[in-house]
Write a protein that binds this ligand. Structure first.
Ligand code: SAH
Ligand code: SF4
Ligand code: F3S
Length: 480
């Protein structure tokens, strides 16, 4: 990203800030889709707050509304059109500026629809022009223009944007933009462009900074994190190198990453996960289907057997490792036998968590024009069958936690009960327990005393420990 452009954008931020001075303007932002989009929204919030707006959860009182959209499945798109109707009235009442950005705006047929049917939208921006939001805002506010700021070519890597993070214990850091894989069902490569890895120096600086600000957990983000390619700065060339370096950053206590692709899961990555004590030993390893025939049609570049071998190899090399996954049911041409193969993989791996999706046709992808699209009825039946199998495993698995001592990163107070703290195990299970506020942001050891489908109850007993920065331990006596 050329420095001049960023400086230019910062000047626009200042100009709008001066215009907005003392007006106490508010903004509302709705983010749809994945954590990469959430991370983009954190940067949008960073820019918007520097323009003098403060955040509100109340759409009715907002002077600026931003929708950061997703188009990975049809229901994500429907959500946007529902919301646009709602904001029209607010705009009529108080002249609210309405901006729509993100992945959906990289689809021409969607932008055409918005321009034709929703003429009151002020700003449309794409995934490659996020950093130009200050200029877009300036031209909309001052020059009263309708803005369409969308690029078809891959955007450059943007560094140095202001950021307001959603959380103060866990932070996400994008390490690679775009995707080169073109799985045949997936729209992401068309709306996010080709893979572009960030300079390792920028990543390490960002995480060091995050750690200095007291964050404890880092999630490295990318559509395909293990195809990360460093330029050699700080000796980082590969994803494995990056994991090892992030593991050395003082203050960070947990490292997660999403999503790796099974085809790029090389031995050096497995060894890095094994060696780095801060890397959580739960790996999200999207399988998508258990049928080699369907995997081939999906262009996933591995077979059922190769996936299972990879899982075995990781189990052998990384003590205690567990897995979560993504699965699509009802891909074109999926037979009962293919679906049985998916159930078979689920039974063999015993995932901690399965994110299940019903196949959704995406305009412009190869799968959309494949013959043998599966009926909605069959898709739903298969989805429900997979769901009950996956949930029975989760229930069974949850029992294994009963009575064990788990390390919990305490995230805050429970939303439902003031007196209860909530946190997560290394394997991402929610644990609620009684405890005092000073434990927030610390890793405590807790005994699991009861299990529910989606959360556990824990107890930090008199012999409990708080695991402080850099694993220096000090005792914690329960006083309540
Ligand atoms: N890059 C990541 C995931 C990106 S999208 C990966 O490859 O794992 C998140 C998930 O959405 C995918 O893993 C897939 O399971 C699901 N998905 C993507 N396109 C879909 C479609 N057209 N219909 C249904 N689910 C889809
Ligand atoms: Fe989509 Fe496949 Fe890329 Fe993931 S790896 S974003 S599923 S094309
Ligand atoms: Fe959706 Fe874009 Fe993420 S399509 S899943 S928000 S990369």
């Amino acid at each position: 990203m050329d420095k001049l452009n960023i400086e230019n954008q910062m000047e626009y931020l200042d100009k709008i800030y001066k215009l907005n001075n003392n007006k106490k303007l508010k903004y509302f932002i709705l983010t749809m889709g994945c954590q990469l989009n959430e991370n983009d929204s954190e940067k949008l919030c960073g820019m918007i707050e520097k323009m003098g707006y403060s955040k509100t959860d109340n759409l009715q009182e907002s002077d600026l509304v931003v929708f950061n959209t997703c188009c990975v499945r049809e229901n994500a798109e429907e959500k946007l059109f529902g919301k646009i109707g709602e904001v029209k009235l607010i705009k009529e009442k108080r002249g609210t500026i309405i901006a729509i950005g993100g992945c959906m705006m990289q689809e021409k047929h969607i932008v055409d629809k918005i321009k034709k049917s929703y003429k009151f939208i002020d700003i449309i921006f794409g995934t490659h022009t996020l950093h130009q939001f200050p200029k877009d805002m300036y031209e909309s506010v001052v020059e009263n223009k309708k803005i369409e700021d969308i690029l078809d070519i891959d955007g450059e890597i943007i560094e140095g944007l202001p950021i307001v993070r959603n959380d103060n214990i866990k932070a996400s850091v994008t390490i690679i933009n775009g995707c080169n894989n073109f799985c045949s069902y997936c729209i992401v490569p068309y709306v996010r462009g080709r893979e572009r890895s960030r300079d390792p120096k920028d990543i390490i600086n960002e995480i060091t900074d995050i750690a200095k600000n007291g964050y404890k957990e880092i999630t490295l983000l990318g559509q395909n994190v293990n195809s990360y390619k460093g330029n050699g700065n700080l000796g980082i060339y590969t994803f494995a190198d990056l994991l090892r370096q992030v593991n050395n950053i003082k203050g960070i206590e947990r490292i997660r990453f999403i999503s790796p692709h099974p085809k790029d899961f090389t031995m050096d990555v497995i060894e890095a996960i094994r060696d780095c004590e801060k890397v959580c030993k739960i790996i999200h390893l999207p399988v998508q289907s258990g049928s080699t025939n369907i995997l081939n049609k999906m262009n996933r570049k591995y077979t059922k057997e190769q996936y299972l071998e990879l899982v075995d190899k990781m189990k052998k090399n990384i003590p205690g490792v567990v897995f979560s996954t993504d699965i699509i049911v009802g891909f074109p041409g999926e037979t009962e036998k293919d679906f049985e193969d998916t159930l078979d993989v689920v039974s063999k791996v015993h995932f901690e968590q399965v994110y299940m999706f019903i196949y959704s046709r995406r305009v412009g992808t190869p799968a959309d024009i494949m013959d043998e699209q599966i009926s909605e009825d069959v898709k739903h039946k298969r989805f429900n069958k997979l769901k009950s199998l996956a949930e029975s495993h989760i229930e069974e698995n949850n029992k294994k936690y009963l009575g064990t001592i788990q390390k919990i990163l305490v995230e805050g107070k429970s939303r439902y009960n003031e007196n209860i703290l909530t946190g997560r195990t290394e394997t991402n299970k929610i644990v609620n327990f009684e405890g005092e506020n000073y434990l927030i942001g610390k890793i405590v050891s807790s005994k699991i005393i009861s299990d529910h489908m989606w959360y556990f109850k824990g107890e930090v007993d008199d012999n409990g420990w708080v695991f402080a920065n850099d694993a220096a331990l000090f005792g914690y006596k329960k006083t309540i």
